[in-house]
Design a binder for this molecule. Structure first.
Ligand SMILES: Cc1cc2nc3c(=O)[nH]c(=O)nc-3n(C[C@H](O)[C@H](O)[C@H](O)COP(=O)(O)OP(=O)(O)OC[C@H]3O[C@@H](n4cnc5c(N)ncnc54)[C@H](O)[C@@H]3O)c2cc1C
Length: 347
């Protein structure tokens, strides 16, 4: 689901510090965006991330202020407490298809002093455990299924237009007044334009609309509407390293890559709602310090229940696991390169 028609097909430029490697950079091109193609792991930032945003001037974005919105969003099948809520639009569930090897992973972590944490999205995410998944009744609960589908047919004024690429935000007298869909015409806004095209799509669209670093835009022949040097800069992503290990037997979902086993998996899901189709393949993981001086855990783990899951990583003959370690990069000194908002966001 991370390539083909569901993705924009981006890749990075050759990475100077990685021997010129170009990395596939999946960004979803589908209703619901990344939530329709992602691993379904329900996760949040560390509480201190939000508090730093608040300190940097983002009014209303401290942890205590965003927590009620996280709770309100959730329909959690396990918890209803300070951190989690029930009855919201987004299904959040415990994994339905974990395997015994997940528990073996917790035991191994315990042996090197990493505790098991029953809730990796509470105030203290440190440790290893089961993630919760953005699923309801063992089906993906994407942003479009959770928020759009229930109201799409009934809400007057809501119109979902697919196959419509915005080429430019139309700005008149310093104000965004509509969007240009190229051959499909210009849509004019009565009140406001909300831009939510993703980590690559949003700054790209701003730049195509003349909002970005003036010199760069001039080099590309784009008329400058607003000089904003931060637009398109300071991307922070969680670079992953994968370690694969062969198992002593068929303890993971590797064998289901074969067509005959895929058919079994489909049947198993239809009949029991279990098995690899119900799995995100990354049901377990956790947070840990690589740098003991870091202000919060700077490594996130995901245990993949198979060995050939990630692009460019081989499958082991006997089947295996993938331990994925992601570096949780973050800005220093509480300042990010994002410019002051052009209009205050409304929540
Ligand atoms: C492979 C993968 C796995 C991931 N796994 C997880 C996970 O397990 N847990 C987790 O929490 N996060 C995960 N993420 C990250 C998560 O999915 C994203 O952080 C999230 O979807 C970002 O939401 P967004 O609304 O900012 O942007 P997006 O979800 O990217 O949505 C932007 C939307 O805008 C559309 N768009 C862009 N440009 C235009 C244009 N010019 N005109 C019209 N439409 C446009 C796109 O097609 C897309 O539908 C994963 C991401 C990927 C790619």
């Amino acid at each position: 689901m991370t390539r083909g028609i569901g993705s924009w097909g981006w890749q990075t430029v050759p990475q100077r510090h990685m021997d010129g490697l170009k990395i596939r950079f999946t960004q979803a091109k589908v209703l619901g965006g990344g939530s329709t193609v992602n691993e379904q792991i329900y996760t949040r930032g560390h509480p201190l991330d939000y508090d730093e945003w608040r300190q940097a001037g983002c009014t209303g974005w401290s942890y205590e202020e965003v927590l009620p919105y996280f709770r309100k969003a959730e329909d959690n099948d396990t918890w209803d407490n300070r951190w989690h809520g029930k009855g919201g639009p987004l299904g959040v569930s415990r994994p339905a298809a974990a395997l015994p090897i997940c528990e073996a992973c917790f035991a191994a972590a315990g042996q090197i002093g990493i505790p098991t944490n029953p809730d990796l999205t509470s105030e203290t995410p440190e440790g290893v455990g089961y993630y919760q998944l953005t699923q309801r009744n063992v089906r993906r609960s994407s942003a479009s299924k959770a928020y759009l589908a229930p109201v799409e047919r009934q809400r007057p004024g809501l119109c979902v237009l697919t196959g419509a690429q915005v080429l430019r935000i139309v700005v008149e007298n310093g104000r965004a007044v509509g969007v240009d869909l190229g051959p499909r015409g210009v849509l004019r806004a009565e009140r406001e334009v909300i831009l939510s095209s993703g980590a690559i799509g949003s700054p790209r669209l701003l730049q195509l609309s003349g909002i970005g670093p003036a010199d760069h835009l001039r080099d590309l022949g784009i008329p400058v509407v607003l000089d904003q040097p931060g637009v398109g800069a300071n991307l922070q992503d969680h670079l992953d390293l994968f370690v694969i290990a062969e198992c002593t037997g068929s303890h993971t979902y590797d064998r289901y890559a074969r067509p005959e086993w895929s058919a079994v998996a489909g049947l198993q899901y239809l009949l029991t709602r279990r098995g690899p189709v119900a799995s995100s393949l990354f049901e377990t993981g956790g947070f840990r310090w690589a740098d003991p001086a870091a202000r919060s855990p700077d490594i996130q783990f995901h245990l993949g229940l198979g060995s050939g899951i990630e692009a460019g990583v081989a499958a082991m003959p006997q089947g295996g696991v993938t331990l994925n370690s992601a570096f949780l990069a973050r800005g220093r000194g509480g300042r990010c390169g994002w410019p002051a908002p052009i209009r205050s966001p409304r929540r």
